[in-house]
Design a protein around this ligand. Sequence first.
Ligand SMILES: [Fe+2]
Ligand SMILES: [Fe+2]
Length: 244
Amino acid sequence: MESLPSLRRCLLAQCRRPSRPLSPLYLDFLAPTAVRAQRRHASTGTSGGTKPQYTLSKKQREFLESALRVNQAGEIAATLIYTAQTPQIVRSHPHLRPLMKHMYDQEAGHLKIFNGLVAKHQVRPTAMYPLWEVAASFLGWSTAALGREAAMACTEAVETEIGSHYNDQVREILSWEADAVRRGEELDDELKEMLSIFRRIRDEELEHLDHAVANDSKEAKPYDPLVDVIRLGCRTAIKISERI
Ligand SMILES: [Fe+2]
Ligand SMILES: [Fe+2]
Protein backbone atom coordinates (compact mmCIF):
# COMPACT_ATOMS: atom_id res chain seq x y z
CA MET A 1 0.00 0.00 0.00
CA GLU A 2 1.34 3.41 -0.95
CA SER A 3 2.07 5.58 2.10
CA LEU A 4 -0.07 8.61 2.98
CA PRO A 5 2.82 11.12 2.60
CA SER A 6 3.49 9.96 -0.96
CA LEU A 7 -0.24 10.11 -1.82
CA ARG A 8 -0.34 13.64 -0.42
CA ARG A 9 2.77 14.64 -2.37
CA CYS A 10 1.04 13.42 -5.50
CA LEU A 11 -2.06 15.52 -4.71
CA LEU A 12 0.01 18.63 -3.96
CA ALA A 13 1.95 18.22 -7.21
CA GLN A 14 -1.40 18.26 -9.05
CA CYS A 15 -2.49 21.39 -7.14
CA ARG A 16 0.67 23.18 -8.27
CA ARG A 17 0.14 22.31 -11.93
CA PRO A 18 -0.26 25.77 -13.54
CA SER A 19 -2.47 25.04 -16.51
CA ARG A 20 -4.38 22.33 -18.30
CA PRO A 21 -2.19 21.27 -21.22
CA LEU A 22 -3.77 19.31 -24.08
CA SER A 23 -1.77 16.15 -23.44
CA PRO A 24 -2.63 12.72 -24.87
CA LEU A 25 -4.08 11.84 -21.46
CA TYR A 26 -6.68 14.57 -21.89
CA LEU A 27 -7.96 12.90 -25.04
CA ASP A 28 -10.43 10.68 -23.27
CA PHE A 29 -14.14 10.52 -22.69
CA LEU A 30 -14.05 13.76 -20.71
CA ALA A 31 -12.70 15.59 -23.75
CA PRO A 32 -15.04 17.67 -25.94
CA THR A 33 -16.93 15.81 -28.68
CA ALA A 34 -14.86 17.21 -31.55
CA VAL A 35 -11.61 16.04 -29.96
CA ARG A 36 -13.07 12.59 -29.24
CA ALA A 37 -14.28 12.19 -32.81
CA GLN A 38 -10.85 13.25 -34.11
CA ARG A 39 -9.12 10.72 -31.87
CA ARG A 40 -11.41 7.87 -32.91
CA HIS A 41 -10.97 8.69 -36.56
CA ALA A 42 -7.19 8.88 -36.19
CA SER A 43 -6.90 5.64 -34.24
CA THR A 44 -9.44 3.33 -35.91
CA GLY A 45 -11.29 5.19 -38.59
CA THR A 46 -14.54 3.87 -37.05
CA SER A 47 -16.58 4.44 -33.93
CA GLY A 48 -14.75 1.49 -32.33
CA GLY A 49 -17.55 -0.66 -30.81
CA THR A 50 -20.51 -2.60 -32.15
CA LYS A 51 -22.88 0.16 -31.02
CA PRO A 52 -22.38 3.90 -31.42
CA GLN A 53 -20.80 5.44 -28.39
CA TYR A 54 -22.84 7.68 -26.09
CA THR A 55 -21.39 11.18 -26.18
CA LEU A 56 -21.40 13.16 -22.97
CA SER A 57 -22.85 16.66 -23.00
CA LYS A 58 -20.89 19.60 -21.58
CA LYS A 59 -23.06 19.44 -18.45
CA GLN A 60 -22.34 15.73 -18.01
CA ARG A 61 -18.59 16.25 -18.42
CA GLU A 62 -18.74 19.04 -15.84
CA PHE A 63 -20.62 16.71 -13.49
CA LEU A 64 -17.85 14.10 -13.78
CA GLU A 65 -15.07 16.62 -13.31
CA SER A 66 -16.73 17.95 -10.21
CA ALA A 67 -17.41 14.40 -8.94
CA LEU A 68 -13.75 13.42 -9.31
CA ARG A 69 -12.62 16.61 -7.56
CA VAL A 70 -15.00 16.08 -4.62
CA ASN A 71 -14.20 12.37 -4.33
CA GLN A 72 -10.46 13.03 -4.21
CA ALA A 73 -10.99 15.70 -1.53
CA GLY A 74 -13.27 13.37 0.47
CA GLU A 75 -10.77 10.53 0.38
CA ILE A 76 -7.84 12.66 1.50
CA ALA A 77 -10.04 13.87 4.37
CA ALA A 78 -10.99 10.29 5.26
CA THR A 79 -7.35 9.13 5.37
CA LEU A 80 -6.47 12.11 7.57
CA ILE A 81 -9.37 11.50 9.95
CA TYR A 82 -8.32 7.86 10.49
CA THR A 83 -4.64 8.86 10.75
CA ALA A 84 -5.52 11.32 13.53
CA GLN A 85 -7.89 8.95 15.35
CA THR A 86 -5.95 5.70 15.26
CA PRO A 87 -3.15 6.32 17.82
CA GLN A 88 -5.57 7.52 20.54
CA ILE A 89 -8.18 4.83 19.87
CA VAL A 90 -5.68 1.98 19.66
CA ARG A 91 -3.93 3.11 22.86
CA SER A 92 -7.12 2.81 24.94
CA HIS A 93 -8.78 0.02 22.89
CA PRO A 94 -6.06 -2.23 21.40
CA HIS A 95 -8.64 -4.68 20.06
CA LEU A 96 -9.71 -1.98 17.55
CA ARG A 97 -6.29 -1.88 15.86
CA PRO A 98 -7.24 -4.30 13.02
CA LEU A 99 -10.51 -2.45 12.34
CA MET A 100 -8.84 0.98 12.26
CA LYS A 101 -6.12 -0.35 9.96
CA HIS A 102 -8.67 -2.04 7.70
CA MET A 103 -10.69 1.18 7.31
CA TYR A 104 -7.57 3.31 6.82
CA ASP A 105 -6.19 0.91 4.21
CA GLN A 106 -9.45 1.05 2.26
CA GLU A 107 -9.47 4.89 2.39
CA ALA A 108 -5.84 5.00 1.21
CA GLY A 109 -6.84 2.68 -1.66
CA HIS A 110 -9.74 4.99 -2.58
CA LEU A 111 -7.44 8.02 -2.49
CA LYS A 112 -4.92 6.32 -4.76
CA ILE A 113 -7.71 5.58 -7.27
CA PHE A 114 -8.93 9.18 -7.31
CA ASN A 115 -5.40 10.62 -7.47
CA GLY A 116 -4.97 8.47 -10.58
CA LEU A 117 -8.31 9.49 -12.14
CA VAL A 118 -7.80 13.19 -11.37
CA ALA A 119 -4.34 13.12 -12.96
CA LYS A 120 -5.48 11.06 -15.94
CA HIS A 121 -8.46 13.25 -16.77
CA GLN A 122 -6.63 16.49 -15.99
CA VAL A 123 -9.22 17.53 -13.39
CA ARG A 124 -8.29 20.50 -11.24
CA PRO A 125 -8.00 19.37 -7.60
CA THR A 126 -9.87 21.45 -5.04
CA ALA A 127 -8.16 24.70 -4.10
CA MET A 128 -9.57 24.16 -0.60
CA TYR A 129 -7.19 21.26 0.02
CA PRO A 130 -5.09 23.01 2.75
CA LEU A 131 -8.23 23.93 4.70
CA TRP A 132 -9.76 20.44 4.38
CA GLU A 133 -6.44 18.95 5.54
CA VAL A 134 -6.49 20.96 8.77
CA ALA A 135 -10.23 20.43 9.34
CA ALA A 136 -10.06 16.64 8.79
CA SER A 137 -7.05 16.18 11.06
CA PHE A 138 -8.72 18.29 13.77
CA LEU A 139 -11.98 16.36 13.41
CA GLY A 140 -10.18 13.02 13.76
CA TRP A 141 -8.05 14.14 16.68
CA SER A 142 -10.89 15.83 18.62
CA THR A 143 -13.43 13.01 18.23
CA ALA A 144 -10.84 10.41 19.29
CA ALA A 145 -10.01 12.61 22.31
CA LEU A 146 -13.70 12.44 23.28
CA GLY A 147 -13.49 8.63 23.24
CA ARG A 148 -14.16 5.53 21.19
CA GLU A 149 -17.91 6.18 20.85
CA ALA A 150 -17.38 9.75 19.59
CA ALA A 151 -14.73 8.56 17.11
CA MET A 152 -17.20 5.97 15.83
CA ALA A 153 -19.98 8.61 15.70
CA CYS A 154 -17.63 10.68 13.52
CA THR A 155 -17.19 7.70 11.17
CA GLU A 156 -20.96 7.14 11.16
CA ALA A 157 -21.63 10.80 10.26
CA VAL A 158 -18.92 11.07 7.60
CA GLU A 159 -19.75 7.76 5.95
CA THR A 160 -23.48 8.53 5.90
CA GLU A 161 -22.79 11.68 3.86
CA ILE A 162 -20.03 10.22 1.70
CA GLY A 163 -21.96 6.99 1.04
CA SER A 164 -25.03 8.91 -0.07
CA HIS A 165 -22.85 11.22 -2.18
CA TYR A 166 -21.35 8.24 -4.03
CA ASN A 167 -24.84 6.82 -4.38
CA ASP A 168 -26.03 10.03 -6.08
CA GLN A 169 -23.12 9.78 -8.52
CA VAL A 170 -23.92 6.12 -9.29
CA ARG A 171 -27.58 7.00 -9.85
CA GLU A 172 -26.64 9.87 -12.20
CA ILE A 173 -24.35 7.69 -14.36
CA LEU A 174 -27.00 4.94 -14.43
CA SER A 175 -29.45 7.51 -15.82
CA TRP A 176 -26.95 8.23 -18.62
CA GLU A 177 -26.69 4.51 -19.28
CA ALA A 178 -30.48 4.24 -19.54
CA ASP A 179 -30.47 7.20 -21.92
CA ALA A 180 -27.77 5.51 -24.03
CA VAL A 181 -29.83 2.28 -24.21
CA ARG A 182 -32.88 4.27 -25.34
CA ARG A 183 -30.79 5.73 -28.17
CA GLY A 184 -29.28 2.36 -29.15
CA GLU A 185 -25.87 3.56 -27.93
CA GLU A 186 -23.47 2.45 -25.21
CA LEU A 187 -21.32 4.14 -22.61
CA ASP A 188 -17.57 4.46 -23.11
CA ASP A 189 -15.75 1.49 -21.51
CA GLU A 190 -13.83 3.85 -19.26
CA LEU A 191 -17.05 5.38 -18.00
CA LYS A 192 -18.49 1.91 -17.33
CA GLU A 193 -15.37 1.11 -15.32
CA MET A 194 -15.72 4.37 -13.39
CA LEU A 195 -19.31 3.43 -12.56
CA SER A 196 -18.19 0.10 -11.13
CA ILE A 197 -15.43 1.84 -9.12
CA PHE A 198 -17.94 4.30 -7.64
CA ARG A 199 -20.25 1.40 -6.74
CA ARG A 200 -17.49 -0.57 -5.04
CA ILE A 201 -16.25 2.43 -3.06
CA ARG A 202 -19.81 3.35 -2.03
CA ASP A 203 -20.26 -0.17 -0.66
CA GLU A 204 -16.98 0.06 1.27
CA GLU A 205 -17.99 3.42 2.78
CA LEU A 206 -21.29 1.90 3.89
CA GLU A 207 -19.35 -1.03 5.36
CA HIS A 208 -17.40 1.54 7.47
CA LEU A 209 -20.72 2.99 8.58
CA ASP A 210 -21.85 -0.47 9.72
CA HIS A 211 -18.57 -0.98 11.62
CA ALA A 212 -19.08 2.36 13.40
CA VAL A 213 -22.61 1.48 14.49
CA ALA A 214 -21.48 -2.01 15.58
CA ASN A 215 -18.84 -0.31 17.74
CA ASP A 216 -21.27 1.87 19.69
CA SER A 217 -21.32 5.10 17.68
CA LYS A 218 -24.88 5.63 18.97
CA GLU A 219 -23.54 5.66 22.55
CA ALA A 220 -21.53 8.86 21.91
CA LYS A 221 -22.45 11.75 24.15
CA PRO A 222 -23.86 14.09 23.01
CA TYR A 223 -24.75 11.96 19.98
CA ASP A 224 -27.22 14.16 18.08
CA PRO A 225 -25.34 17.49 18.07
CA LEU A 226 -22.05 15.74 17.29
CA VAL A 227 -23.39 13.78 14.32
CA ASP A 228 -25.48 16.72 13.05
CA VAL A 229 -22.53 19.12 13.09
CA ILE A 230 -20.20 16.65 11.34
CA ARG A 231 -22.79 15.81 8.69
CA LEU A 232 -23.43 19.52 8.06
CA GLY A 233 -19.67 20.08 7.78
CA CYS A 234 -19.37 17.24 5.24
CA ARG A 235 -22.23 18.55 3.13
CA THR A 236 -20.74 22.05 3.16
CA ALA A 237 -17.27 20.76 2.21
CA ILE A 238 -18.80 18.74 -0.65
CA LYS A 239 -20.72 21.76 -1.99
CA ILE A 240 -17.63 23.99 -1.84
CA SER A 241 -15.30 21.37 -3.38
CA GLU A 242 -17.72 20.82 -6.27
CA ARG A 243 -16.98 24.36 -7.41
CA ILE A 244 -13.66 25.47 -5.92
FE1 LIG B 1 -13.25 6.31 1.09
FE1 LIG C 1 -14.86 5.40 4.39
